[in-house]
Write a protein that binds this ligand. Structure first.
Ligand code: SF4
Ligand code: SF4
Length: 159
């Protein structure tokens, strides 16, 4: 049995991935379906002469996506809808309130590493706003505040 990942089989459908990522709904199930599914090197791969589960893209019900979702963390009442811990449960509890953080995709063992790499390396950096640069005007105000503070402390100590 193969026990290591064969990255040569990784294929990235960026067009479909981008469409999913731009949709305000939990993306994990669709990324599962875009991925290769169960591989012989996976720990959960069951060797059975009757059944070949290679390529099975089904949800494992591990609940990783549910646990990683900030929408559910902020509002635990949403869990009252279902006891299940599947991508379907995530979709039912979050729906269009998805904040498009993509944590669920990164947490899912059934999503290919190539898609996770794409999200972390190319998609997330584009959404992070650069820190505002300190301008000379900011420095001027800071100097003014320091001067006023110095005068106040000086007056206080002189009394
Ligand atoms: S983890 Fe993030 S991307 Fe996934 S459903 Fe929750 S808010 Fe949406
Ligand atoms: S993280 Fe687990 S529960 Fe969520 S979609 Fe993936 S396999 Fe299913």
């Amino acid at each position: 049995m193969t026990t290591t990942r064969d990255s040569s089989k990784d294929q990235l459908n960026k067009e479909v991935a981008n469409t999913i990522l731009q949709t305000k709904e939990p993306p994990v199930a669709r990324f599962r379906l875009l991925s290769k599914g169960m591989e012989p090197y996976h720990r959960l791969y069951i060797e059975d002469s009757q059944t070949d589960i290679t390529g099975d893209k089904g949800c494992l019900g591990c609940g990783n996506c549910v646990d990683s979702c900030p929408v559910l963390r902020k509002d635990s009442k949403r869990f009252e809808k279902t006891q299940q811990r599947t991508s379907f449960a995530l979709e039912s509890c979050v729906g269009e309130d998805c904040e498009q953080c993509y944590s669920c995709v990164l947490a899912c063992p059934q999503v290919d590493t190539s898609y996770k790499d794409y999200i972390v390396d190319e998609v997330v950096p584009e959404t992070i706003q650069p820190a505002p640069k300190i301008t000379s005007l900011d420095n001027y105000f800071m100097a003014l505040i320091a001067l006023v503070m110095g005068i106040v402390i000086g007056v206080f100590l002189a009394r």
